[in-house]
Ligand binder design. Structure first.
Ligand SMILES: Cc1cc2nc3c(=O)[nH]c(=O)nc-3n(C[C@H](O)[C@H](O)[C@H](O)COP(=O)(O)OP(=O)(O)OC[C@H]3O[C@@H](n4cnc5c(N)ncnc54)[C@H](O)[C@@H]3O)c2cc1C
Length: 455
């Protein structure tokens, strides 16, 4: 009987397993190195606080996030952000300024709101207003997000507004990230409408069945629990990593770190790119090198809990983002108890700080005390909080976020070419065509569909 092996039990590997169960009769095994399933989806319950270690929500407009939830019958457990606090701020010169309304993804489209914002100079605002009159680039190759946005709307709006929003998704450096690999739709809008402002103001029939960002009442970890519980035919091995993958006449053999091995006719590798590079090193050096060439950003999330009375700031929104030009090691601060209802004990406040800028200080190697110190200094400087937190937790994500830098699509082309030499081997996950949870789900499902076609 054809055995199918999935390596990696993050959302990608689990979504792949679920899809395989629907479409193939073959036995499935999933091997996860950690004792816990979920990878970057991990929620802890501590003293009445529901704490997100990694991802805290996903976009509903990308179909496979809510799509999978619908298939699993778990949409009843989805929740949106508390609409009462629907504002986000930007920290600039040590002050918080409301994010202008009318943002369509990264792009400001409401010129009136922008004009009323202190975030841009008069010249910066004028430059944005000129965007419809800037002709599209003729025959453009790929360019960085920074180059594209600066060309269309001016360098100031990029640095002050677009960059911190983009950082919230990729935790990256927009001067290095490839537009074609990250936001290809922006280029398409430019080509089709001649202008982002014109293109983004055309009617939008977006399905509004769900709030724009969704999570689970019990946090994103609940998605993993619910998904894993639906797996009926998958043998799951946790707490043991795969060390190496080799070809056999009947398929592949995975050598595990504990000395055991596992044979399979088809394999889906759903590990981070730098792990995939190691697993495939003896199978195909070029394939491994293309994976090793994908850079990654490291970050740390710090959650702090206080008594509400200890916070002099009104926390009148979901939190704030911090542009690179501000020169801080922090990317964002989420006022979690405002954003998500029912995850913080009554009378308490929960905030989450996102630390670590790609190309900046390597914060993951700092000790806990130093990291908590950075977080508390931010609380004091920006929100006037002098009390010591009653609860503090931190989570390090070394190499947690792949960076689709310029040349990413060429690296993917190399990977796809090399894969044609390895029938029965399939790759999925955040390293390829989208880092968001719905992208990862789609990637895992697609790998399973290819397995099914192939077997
Ligand atoms: C701090 C942070 C915040 C984020 N916030 C959001 C957000 O709010 N919304 C959003 O959409 N996305 C967010 N992302 C991105 C998103 O969470 C990830 O891209 C996605 O979860 C990746 O899923 P994955 O299954 O591909 O990889 P992972 O979650 O990395 O899973 C891979 C799994 O492989 C396992 N593994 C590693 N080595 C081996 C081995 N040798 N053998 C077997 N198993 C192995 C790992 O233990 C892990 O469980 C965030 C990411 C980070 C780091």
């Amino acid at each position: 009987m054809n055995q199918i092996l999935i390596i990696g039990g993050g959302i990608t590997g689990l979504a792949a397993a679920y899809r395989l169960e629907q479409i193939t009769p073959y036995p499935i095994t999933l091997i996860e190195k950690s004792v816990r399933l979920g990878g970057k989806l991990f929620t802890e319950q501590v003293d009445g606080f529901t704490i997100e270690a990694g991802a805290d929500s996903f976009l509903s407009r990308k179909p496979r996030g809510v799509g999978l939830c619908e298939e699993l019958g778990i949409t009843g457990q989805l929740c949106g952000r508390d609409p009462q606090y629907n504002h986000t701020f930007i920290r600039r010169h040590g002050q918080l300024h409301p994010l202008p309304e009318g943002l369509s993804g990264l792009v400001p489209t409401n010129l009136e709101a922008l004009n009323n914002s202190p975030l841009l100079s008069p010249a910066g605002k004028l430059r944005v207003a000129q965007e419809p009159f800037i002709p599209p680039a003729e025959n453009p190759g790929d360019e960085s997000i920074a180059a594209f946005m600066s060309r269309r709307m001016g360098g100031e709006v990029y640095a002050e507004l677009v960059e911190p929003l983009m950082s919230g998704i990729y935790a990256g450096d927009g001067t290095q990230l490839s537009l074609a690999a990250t936001f290809p739709q922006l280029r398409q809008i430019e080509q089709k409408h001649g202008s982002l402002l014109k293109g983004l103001s055309s009617p939008n029939n977006r399905d509004a069945l769900y709030p724009p960002f969704v999570s689970f009442n019990g946090g994103m970890g609940e998605m993993i629990t619910l998904l894993a519980a639906k797996l009926k035919r998958t043998t799951i091995l946790t707490g043991v990593g795969v060390a190496d993958l080799q070809r056999t006449t009947a398929g592949y053999i995975a050598h595990l770190e504990n000395g055991q091995h596992w044979a399979a006719a088809a394999v889906i590798v759903a590990t981070p790119a730098y792990v995939t590079a190691q697993l495939l090193a003896s199978l195909d050096a070029e394939l491994a090198t293309a994976h090793a060439a994908i850079p990654h950003a490291s970050s740390v999330t710090v959650t702090l809990g206080y008594a509400a009375a200890e916070i002099p700031h009104p926390l009148d929104g979901y939190g704030y983002v911090i542009p690179r030009v501000e020169g801080a090691d922090l990317l964002a601060c989420t006022w979690s108890s405002r954003k998500w209802h029912g995850r913080t004990p009554d009378g308490a406040v929960q905030v989450r700080l996102y630390l670590g800028r790609y190309g900046g200080q390597e914060l993951v190697s700092l000790n806990d005390e130093a990291l908590f110190g950075l977080a508390q200094a931010e609380m004091k400087q920006i929100m006037g909080v002098t009390a010591r937190p009653r609860l503090q937790r931190l989570y390090r994500w070394p190499n947690g976020m792949p960076q689709y830098t310029l040349g990413h699509l060429e690296r993917l082309a190399t990977i796809e070419t090399r894969l044609t030499h390895h029938p029965g081997l399939f790759l999925a996950g955040a390293a390829y065509r989208g880092v968001g949870i719905p992208d990862c789900i789609a990637s895992g499902e697609q790998a399973s569909e290819r397995v099914c076609e192939w077997l």
